[in-house]
Ligand binder design. Structure first.
Ligand SMILES: [Zn+2]
Length: 201
């Protein structure tokens, strides 16, 4: 059986959620806001077994509490885990309240998370937030708000760090020669294309 990639636009912040599906089972990368991801899964008869978060900002985690109630295991980096339950996730700054939750599991970078034989390698990429990570997979890189098509993540939030972001981007570009890149906002791109054309690098 093949692993399939699905991209779902969620909410007014334009955050992307992704699903990697295996038959009727799926792993989500970020949850986005509102019910877009859950609705998509229901319509396509997919059960979301786990949701791996690239970081803890409100526009990527807003849908997590409801997903968790429906049986999805939520995973986030140790350093961003508090954003799930303290509400200290920029929601207030944007006038959005998120429902608090506890993660089901955490990671620190370097792990390989298995989804029915499909591997998500966790690369720690702090800078946009202290606990931002990218997931390196056979289908491509899920880059969260670290790397975008033609841009990079903001570092002017409370736990952002421009020097850390530069180091993280260097590590990301060193990790693979080329690969599709699926960012937390906007269009997909490739590592090679960003290396050659991204004005922020
Ligand atoms: Zn963010």
């Amino acid at each position: 059986m093949d692993f399939k990639l699905h991209r779902i636009f969620t909410g007014r912040m334009g955050s992307n959620a992704y699903l990697v599906s295996f038959g009727s089972l799926a792993a989500a990368i970020d949850a986005g806001m509102g019910s877009a991801l859950a609705d998509y899964a229901e319509k396509n008869k997919l059960k979301i077994e786990m949701c791996l978060l690239t970081h803890g900002h409100f526009d990527h985690i807003g849908a997590c509490a409801e997903l968790q109630r429906r049986g999805t295991k939520i995973g986030i980096s140790e350093k961003d885990a508090d954003k799930l339950y303290t509400g200290n996730n920029l929601g207030g700054e944007f006038g959005v309240e998120t429902e608090p939750l506890q993660p089901d599991f955490t990671f620190r970078g370097g792990e390989e998370i298995d989804f029915h034989g499909f591997s998500f390698r966790v690369l720690e990429t702090p800078g946009h937030s202290a606990g931002s990570v990218c997931f390196l997979t056979p289908l491509g890189i899920f880059s969260g708000d670290t790397l975008f098509c033609g841009g990079v993540g903001r570092t002017d939030f409370y736990d952002g760090d421009p020097d850390a972001l530069s180091a993280s981007l260097a590590a990301l570009f060193a990790a693979e020669e080329d690969a599709p890149v699926y960012p937390g906002h906007g269009f997909s791109t490739t590592l090679k294309r960003e290396k050659e054309t991204n004005p922020y690098l």
